[in-house]
Design a protein around this ligand. Structure first.
Ligand SMILES: Nc1ncnc2c1ncn2[C@@H]1O[C@H](COP(=O)(O)OP(=O)(O)OP(=O)(O)O)[C@@H](O)[C@H]1O
Length: 253
């Protein structure tokens, strides 16, 4: 079963092709992260998947009646127009007090109905944005760099919250990030984007993929070498002097 899919999608701004031949699928309940450097088209891809940006080629398919909860990258609040958390939760769709209170409790913002949106910290604002998205009982949550501007503990706490929400509601999560640590901790699957899909798979597989490492300037040493070393070691029964001799395994077989 697939909630949302892209089939050979290209997106252009004028003559500039920002996304090339993108195919992907999101299944119910999975947490998928799109990872890529600045300008790689992550936000563009989310907006195309949401249907708020036209595609030049290919197509986007959404399950009939799919409920999507969208948490934008940032929210520009007009400081001359004060608005409380409670009123914000009823934009654009009015919600009941009980639903508002319950959802605020869920995101760790219990009793904050009366707070001014402009007075919230970055972490609190993200929680309120998430609460508003959850009020629509989404089957798919889409989050665009939801922890941009948060410190490390704030970021970790927010991703734990996302995992709890997934566990409780069964919602699939598609998010954008350029933070490897977050992705390693909280994703079932990672899609590495740079105008096209460079590689995809579990966080462990992607983090050792040469395409991923080249894209993030990690070189070919470091974790990849370490991973290979450990992998070799497991098969060589404590004969480290033979590490680079590829015939060794066969000698034993
Ligand atoms: N409205 C637009 N008109 C023209 N070009 C645009 C527009 N929006 C984005 N672009 C270009 O498309 C490319 C991808 O932008 P996008 O914002 O999707 O990347 P991103 O991966 O989300 O970047 P970041 O990590 O910086 O948020 C960039 O080269 C950007 O300049």
């Amino acid at each position: 079963m697939t909630l949302l899919s892209a089939d050979h999608v290209c997106v252009r701004y004028g003559a500039h092709e920002v996304l090339h031949d993108i195919s992907l699928k999101i299944a119910p309940g999975e947490i998928v992260t799109i990872l890529g450097p600045n300008g790689s088209g992550k936000s563009t891809l989310l907006r195309a998947l949401l249907g708020i940006l036209p595609v030049a080629e290919g197509r986007i398919l959404r399950e009939a009646g799919l409920r999507i909860g969208y948490v934008p990258q940032r929210l520009t609040i007009d400081r001359t127009m004060p608005i409380t958390v409670r009123r914000f939760l009823s934009l654009p769709v009015r919600v009941r007090d009980r639903a508002a209170a319950g959802t605020l409790a869920r995101v760790g913002m219990s009793g904050q109905e009366g707070a001014q949106m402009t007075a919230l910290s970055g972490g609190q604002l993200q929680r309120v944005l998430l609460a508003r998205a959850l009020l629509g009982r989404p089957q798919l949550l889409m989050l665009d760099e939801p922890t941009a501007g948060l410190d490390q503990p704030g970021e970790a706490a927010f991703y734990r919250l996302i995992e709890e929400v997934r566990a409780e509601t069964g919602a699939a999560v598609l998010m954008v990030s350029h933070d490897l640590h977050v992705v390693m901790a909280a994703s079932d699957r990672v899609i590495c984007l740079n105008g096209h899909i460079c590689c995809e798979g579990t966080p462990r597989v992607v983090s050792t993929a040469p395409e991923y490492r080249a894209l993030f300037g990690l070189g070919t040493q470091g974790a990849l070498a370490l991973y290979r070393h450990e992998h070799d070691h497991d098969h060589r029964d404590g004969h480290p002097q033979h590490h680079h001799h590829h015939g060794h395994d066969h000698d034993h077989a």
